[in-house]
Ligand binder design. Sequence first.
Ligand code: ADP
Ligand code: MG
Length: 251
Amino acid sequence: MADPLVTIEQLTFHYADGPNFAFEKAAIYPGQVVVLVGASGSGKSTLMRLLRGELDPTSGTVSIAGTPVETRKKRLVLDESKAGWVPQTEELMPMLRVEQNIGYHLLRWEEEERSARVEELARAFHLLPLLKQRTSTLSGGQRQRVSIAKAMAGRPPVLLMDESLAQLDLRTKTAILLDLKDQVRREGSAALLVLHDPADAQLVADQVWVMHDGILAQQGTMAEILKFPIAYQVAGLFWHINLVPAHWAQI
Ligand code: ADP
Ligand code: MG
C-alpha cells in the first residue's frame, strides 16, 4: 500500500481552561475520502484545526505528506499548500471571475500551467460555462463548487471541509460530493470531511472516523460502524434510536 498522506500519532490536545482531546492513531491514504462524524462539541473542528496547523498539539504529531505540520509557533501564516481548506461559508472574491477565484492561490505559477489547472478543475466541478462570470452572480451550490476547486488548485495533499455543504439542498450536495470524490481519486489526493447526514457519509466515505467525548473512538467503513457502533451514542449519530431497559428484553 502507498504511504499515507495524513498520519496522526498519539495526538492529544487541550484548550486552556477547556476540554481534553485524544486522537490517538489514524491515517488517510492517497485517493481516500474520510468522513468525520460526532456529536456537536465532540472535537471535530479541533481535529481540523490541528491538521491545518492552527493549534499546537499538547503531545504527539500530525504529518501531511511525510512531514510534520508546522503550526503558528513557526509560521505566521497557515501553510495552505499542505491542507486545502473549504470555509464553512465561502470566502470568494465577488468581483472576480470564477477563473480568477479558482486560480487565486496560483499567482506564482506560469500563466499556461495556471490556466490548464483552472480548466481541469472547472471541468471536474462542472464550472466550464461559468469561468468568465463574476462569483457574485452564482448560486450557492456553484459558489461552493468554486470554493472547493480553489482549495484544491495548488494540489494540497489533503482537502479539509468542516460542514461546508450544510447549507445546500440534498441534490446539490450529493452532486458536489460525488464530483469531489472523483477528483480526489483521480489526483490521488485525500479529503477529510465533516458531514452530518449518514446518507452523505455512505455515498463518499472510504473510512468513517467517529469522535465521541473528545476521543477519536472508532474508525472503520460506514458498514462496520453501522453494524458495530461502540456506544449507543455512536449508533444515535446515524438514526433515531429508542433505548429499552434491559429487563424489558426478557432474554
Ligand atoms: P465540534 O466541531 O465537534 O462541534 P469543537 O472541536 O468545535 O467540536 O469543540 C470541542 C469542544 O472544545 C467544545 O466543548 C468547545 O466548547 C471546546 N472549545 C472549542 N474551542 C475552544 C477554545 N478556544 N477554548 C476553550 N474551549 C474550546
Ligand atoms: Mg465543529
